[in-house]
Design a binder for this molecule. Structure first.
Ligand SMILES: [Zn+2]
Ligand SMILES: [Zn+2]
Length: 347
């Protein structure tokens, strides 16, 4: 007899449906995971708000569950049935140019075929069960609250970004934007021995950042951000700037406040994708590096799990709340309310 499971699918703008589908059965080389919960990230919020994606959309890529069944040919000793695991659900093909070079976060097929087997589109975390390849599961410590495990993916994105910044002890690091990603950048940069300056317009977010160890915070509506960063850094500009906002104008400022030899990382998807002015001669004279960062690599996902398992990053204050999947509508509405930190749907 076929077993069934419930999934939460977006079927149009602001429209959700709880759909019953056949529960997936793991093949010999696969692992079946019962999902405990999945956080609602920006991607899912955007699709829910606009309805712009191939429908039905089965979102969810910040996923935690526990292993319920291992295929006959799964030989790993890294985890066993009953263990709590973080899931890396974004596809990596393993054979493209970037996967072969160990840069699988740039895989050319990363968004292909997601949840196609269920007749849906999207990464598939908002479901009761998910079948996974063994190498895409990371064991979480029993002592770690399961909700914290949903941060493995976003923290993995941040660790990839921070790796690209090559922070040295005592560096001046500017983080633009004090949302979840900005705060995580601040926390990981502190672990790397940086002095961190946060630019954020919201008072509550600045207060939270300060309570979590941020050295300096300021409101860019009250101060000229570029001038202030230069003032704080002896006129040089920052060694590292992370832009976690979505505005082209802010991206231009981020480049401007980056000092000689500095590294400027475009962390966010910048929308609208408008061009900004760039003066090649300035790059020539300063040797500053401008780059971006997208998704977690296997290595940075692994780093994120270690940081969480060892309690080196505590995401508790970035967690807004947990809603049962029956309250998915309320969960999404809460998640899209400005100023809200992570909302999790539990199954
Ligand atoms: Zn995410
Ligand atoms: Zn690939």
């Amino acid at each position: 007899m076929t077993e069934h499971m419930k999934v939460v699918a977006v079927t149009g703008a602001k429209t959700l449906e709880i759909v019953e589908l056949p529960r997936p059965v793991p093949k010999d080389h696969e692992v079946l995971v019962k999902i405990d919960g999945c956080a609602i990230c920006t991607w899912e919020q955007r699709v829910y708000s606009t309805g712009k994606f191939k429908m039905p959309f089965l979102g969810g890529h910040e996923v935690v569950g526990h292993v319920v069944e291992m295929g006959a040919k799964v030989r790993t000793k890294e985890y066993k049935v009953g263990d709590r695991v973080a899931l890396s659900v974004i596809n990596t093909c393993g054979v493209c140019y970037y996967c072969r070079r160990g840069e699988e976060n740039l895989c050319v097929d990363s968004y292909a075929n997601l949840s196609e087997d269920l007749g849906m589109n999207g990464p598939g975390g908002f479901a009761e069960y998910k079948v996974m390849p063994p190498h895409k599961l990371w064991k979480l410590n029993d002592e770690l609250p399961w909700e914290f495990g949903t941060f493995a993916e976003p923290l993995g994105c941040v660790c990839n970004s921070v790796d690209k910044a090559h922070i040295a002890l005592g560096d001046d690091v500017v983080v633009i934007g004090g949302g979840i990603m900005g705060i995580l950048h601040m926390m990981v940069s502190k672990l790397r021995g940086a002095k961190v300056i946060l630019s954020e317009i919201d008072d509550q977010r600045r207060k939270l950042a300060e309570s979590l160890g941020c050295d300096i915070t300021f409101n860019p509506k009250e101060k000229d951000a570029v001038a202030y960063v230069k003032e704080l850094t002896g006129g040089r500009g920052a060694d590292v700037v992370f832009d976690t906002t979505i505005f082209p104008a802010v991206a231009a400022q981020a480049i401007e406040m980056t000092g000689k030899l500095g590294r400027c990382i475009m962390y966010s998807s910048v929308k609208p994708a408008d061009p900004i002015d760039l003066i090649p001669d300035e790059l020539h004279n300063t040797e500053k590096i401008i780059t971006g960062s997208v998704s977690p690599s296997i290595k940075s996902f692994d780093t994120a799990v270690r940081l969480l398992n060892k309690g080196l990053i505590d995401p508790e204050k970035l967690l807004h709340g947990v809603f049962d999947y029956q309250q998915a509508k309320e969960a999404f509405e809460t998640a899209i309310t400005p100023g809200t930190y992570r909302v999790i749907i539990s199954f």
